[in-house]
Design a binder for this molecule. Structure first.
Ligand code: ADP
Length: 342
């Protein structure tokens, strides 16, 4: 147990994610409900270093629940991990403003920062999983993931219209870094023929065989177009850098014989639009539940925990453990996608 903080800080850090604003709002309003004070720290650990801190009241988080991004801003400050002097500057900001507890919304890097901060200052910290990638193994879902999946599905729906009109194949690359969850979820929701994820280890030729097999099946039953969804993590290793959506599309165009059908394939990288947009209702509700839970952690005198959700129940996990847990893509969902694309 640590001292129960009266004045807490909140920051968003690392990559932004839709729903971060809803999370900030939930933290601020829950804390105010319990007569705590909240200070917003701009631009993650960078704003902490620059002493960019402001008090937040109920009104300052009004009209943000539906907005993508984070109104506090986010940034990266790599020196926070490596340079004690930089961290001391950051800590002096917290001391100057009398901040006695800290909520950090971000990914595993931001969590590691929160852990270190607590160990060096004694200020209790709690993490909220703000990342579209869904790559934190301790939680079923992260804030922003559902919105990113919906953005992918919207985009693939639009591609599907034109692919269907022209009888084309779209190879669509989606985000997620080393986690294939965005690809699997958007691939299933969009009815993709094939889904490529980094958790399944195949060589480039093995992936091409797989795609050809899947296209042969769907062309064989009379489908006139195809959707292939690949996670960006597929080509993040040096050996696979060449294996882009465009590369796969060109290969298919040059190897129509293997597919046994006329092929007119195009590559498409959805890109950073996946990180933006108004958060879905699911992400807003997740952010609300998790934000309240983060305040509870601090109110209960606990620290170094991160908030998650498992089987629709809010849970907390020690940050030390959480950052070591790898997310495992749901192999059953991949098998299901396979069955449904026959
Ligand atoms: P994310 O939180 O989305 O994983 P990053 O990995 O870029 O994003 O981390 C965000 C910030 O968290 C970094 O710029 C740095 O300030 C801090 N951070 C990252 N890793 C560590 C670490 N090992 N120790 C302390 N702070 C870290």
């Amino acid at each position: 147990m640590t001292k129960i903080p009266h004045r807490i800080g909140i920051l968003t850090s690392g990559g932004d994610a839709p729903g971060m604003n809803a999370a900030i709002r939930a933290v601020v309003r829950s804390a105010l409900y319990y007569d705590m004070e909240v200070y917003g720290i701009r631009d993650g650990y960078l704003g902490m270093k620059r002493n960019e801190v402001e008090p937040l009241d109920a009104g300052s988080v009004g009209d943000i629940i539906h907005r993508g991004g984070t109104f506090l801003g986010t940034a990266r400050l790599p020196e926070f991990a490596t340079d004690r002097e930089v961290r001391e500057v950051c800590y002096s900001t917290l001391r100057e403003h009398g901040i006695e507890g800290l909520v950090v919304c971000g990914g595993d890097g931001s969590y590691r920062g929160a852990n270190l901060l607590q160990k060096e200052t004694g200020i209790p910290t709690v993490g909220l999983p703000g990342t579209i990638d869904n790559d934190l193994g301790y939680t079923d879902f992260t804030i922003g993931f559902d919105t990113a999946v919906n953005t992918c599905v919207d985009n693939i729906n639009k591609l599907r219209d034109t692919m269907a009109s022209h009888g084309r194949v779209s190879v669509v690359e989606v985000m997620g870094r080393n986690c294939g969850d965005i690809a699997v979820h958007s691939g299933i929701a969009a009815g993709a023929e094939a889904i490529l994820v980094p958790e399944i280890h195949k060589t480039d030729n093995q992936w091409l065989d797989y795609i050809v097999r899947k296209l042969r099946v769907s062309f064989g039953r009379g489908k006139k177009y195809g959707i292939i969804v690949m996670a960006e993590g597929i080509n993040m290793t040096p050996k696979m850098h060449h294996f882009t959506a465009d590369y796969i599309a060109s290969w298919l165009n040059a190897n129509a014989d293997a597919v046994g059908h006329r092929v007119d394939a195009r590559g498409c990288v959805i890109g950073h639009v996946q990180r933006g947009g108004s958060p879905t209702a699911s992400d807003r509700i997740l952010a609300a539940r998790m934000g309240e839970a983060a305040v509870d952690v601090l109110r209960e005198g606990k620290t170094n925990l991160c908030v998650g959700i498992r089987r629709n129940r809010i849970i907390t996990t020690p940050i030390d453990e959480a950052v070591e847990m790898k997310n495992h893509v749901d192999k059953h969902l991949i098998a299901l996608a396979d069955i449904l694309a026959r």
